[in-house]
Design a protein around this ligand. Sequence first.
Ligand code: LMR
Length: 313
Amino acid sequence: MDRKKITIVGAGNIGSTLALLLARRETADITLIDINEGIAKGKALDIMEASPILGFNAHVVGTGNYEDTANSDVVVITAGFPRKPGMSRDDLLFKNFEVVKSVSEQIKKYSPNAFVIVVTNPLDVMTYTALKVTGFPKEKVLGMAGALDAARFAYFISEKTKISVENIRAFVIGGHGDDMVPLKNYTTISGVPVTKFLSEEELNKIIERTRFGGGEIVQLLKTGSAFYAPAAAILEMVISILWNKRKIIPCSVYLDGEIGEYYGASGLCVGVPIVLGRNGVEEIIKLDLSEEEWQQWKKSVESVKRLVEKLHL
Ligand code: LMR
């Protein structure tokens, strides 16, 4: 049986961690591409040399040439500049726009039927960039954010309540920026509302920490941003698509007013809960938001909109 093919653009920390995670699950054969060909080849070879011990049969190859990425089923864009301490994700806008634009042109040329998962920041605007430049259907271009933000939210809840992470279902929507919207009303522990376990003050502290979760790691690392949790979040999305799991995962997707009565956002990509399956975005889940959440959502969407307007795409 032919294996699926996944291309990861960028062989940095996220790209290489993701390659190892995907290979271990034998999800597909993987092409790791980087402008620094040696890094892509070296990391791919290193992963393959782990395969006899870890026992996986997926093939990982490194390259600097887009021809080797041809006919990928999924392309994950991790390439771009990470932020440094003191910077916001939005400060990366113009530099990373050029990167994502040129990568998207190559994807369009070599893998016209691929799903595209965007990881580069500022996430929502880079997802929009990939959508516009590739011209791919809106169901097939997604940004990875809610999966990561919800994982952080869940971990912090688990840390505080001392209840297994496996029991926690957390929800975060909105832009992947400092005003993202963690939804406490949709966050549960084994189906029980999280508000039964934590006081409002405790929850608010956790929500604040979640909003700045990426920045907390940037402050600690000093020379880059998070990669283990982002790679895990991408893995969840890829598997949901390739194995048609139809998981509900908040992802940044293009909203065109279809669900305007709930979200009021249109003409941009921003994080909403979707059913993710073999067709990509199979359904957008409508949520009732409280007045407070609704205000936060509007603020988050406005921030994304301001960035999109700077780009003239
Ligand atoms: C994250 O949330 O870890 C990423 O968006 C990277 C960053 O700069 O925070």
